[in-house]
Design a protein around this ligand. Structure first.
Ligand code: CP
Ligand code: NVA
Length: 307
């Protein structure tokens, strides 16, 4: 594997599937790995809030026998008090890996280039690869395989959507993305997914119709309409995205028994209704649980002893 995990693109098709296998194995036999990262320390830098990412990286490191140190936005004030380069150069003298949640993607690229220790992307404005690994682990658990499936993503063509497209390309999963005009996924991410998925069975449909995206889907995924950092656009976006709400009517266009997915936190009553997120077909808490197992597999691959 590469030194860093900044994007799903850092994984070959083989590594993607190996990591999912490893995550399933760690989930099944957690005790086997309880010393695997003994004496290793992960620095966790957060420039945005978090429940799942912070808890699962910290609990994951502890369960692997290592430690994690949480650095809140106010602690190091990345970018104003000190830049990515100097932060990377300092941290490599004390710890064995860095996890970063930040705004611009270039910040994590700069940090990774500045340091010899592994850097893990815990969400940028561009992508959220750890989320996508947990999501594809969840899809595989519920559907048995990733091939011959249609994943529909409805809402904002954002960081989560980008990583799902790249993961679908690796996994050979068909995907349809339904967004309002002007909120489509970035063209360079669409190109990247199509390039990566040309031999895997992946196909991507982009549409402005939520119904078309969801039609015949095995899984329906949505995310918040205004991501962290877009709070000022919340009201405008609520108006634009209203037709893209995932409710029982929209779910009726999916396959019978289709699962509902969301990275969380969810804004109930906005992008998803209670009846959908609380239905038996909702797998949102499985996704949240699998953040732990998928990230333990990533931590083992990047910070474990090299054979
Ligand atoms: N899904 C996710 O990344 O959740 P947090 O923002 O709570 O970490
Ligand atoms: N798109 C959301 C995901 C949160 C996990 C955001 O960036 O805020």
């Amino acid at each position: 594997m590469k030194k860093d995990f900044l994007s799903i693109r850092d994984l070959s098709i083989y590594e993607f599937s190996q990591l999912l296998d490893r995550a399933a194995e760690v989930k099944k036999n957690p005790r086997k790995y309880r010393r695997a990262l003994e004496h290793r320390i992960l620095a966790m830098i957060f420039q945005k809030p978090s429940l799942r990412t912070r808890m699962t990286f910290e609990a994951g490191m502890l369960q692997l026998g290592g430690e994690a140190i949480y650095l809140a936005p106010s602690d190091i004030q990345m970018g104003s008090r000190e830049g990515a380069y100097d932060i990377g150069k300092n941290l490599e003298r004390w710890v064995d890996g860095i996890m970063l949640r930040t705004f611009g993607h270039q910040i994590i690229v700069d940090l990774a280039a500045s340091t010899k220790i592994p850097v893990i992307n815990a969400l940028t404005d561009l992508s959220h690869p750890c989320q996508a690994m947990a999501d594809f682990m969840t899809l595989r658990e519920h559907r048995g395989s990733l091939a011959n499936l249609k994943l529909a993503y409805v809402g904002d063509g954002n960081n989560v959507c980008h990583s799902l497209m790249l993961a679908a390309a690796r996994g050979g999963t068909r995907m349809a993305v339904g967004t309002p005009t002007g909120y489509e996924p970035k063209p360079e991410m669409v190109l990247a997914a199509r390039e990566d998925g040309k031999d895997t069975g992946f196909a991507l449909t982009l549409t402005n119709s939520a119904e078309e995206a969801v039609s015949g889907a095995d899984a329906v995924y949505t995310d918040v309409w205004a991501s962290m950092g877009q709070e000022a656009e919340k009201e405008k976006r609520a108006r634009i995205f209203a037709p893209y709400q995932v409710n029982a009517r929209l779910m009726s266009h999916a396959k019978n028994g289709a699962v509902f997915m969301h990275c969380l936190p969810a804004h109930r009553g906005d992008e998803v209704t209670d009846e959908v997120i609380d239905a038996p077909s909702s797998v949102v808490y499985d996704q949240a649980e699998n953040r732990l197992h998928a990230q333990k597999a990533i931590l083992l691959a990047l910070m474990g002893k090299k054979d």
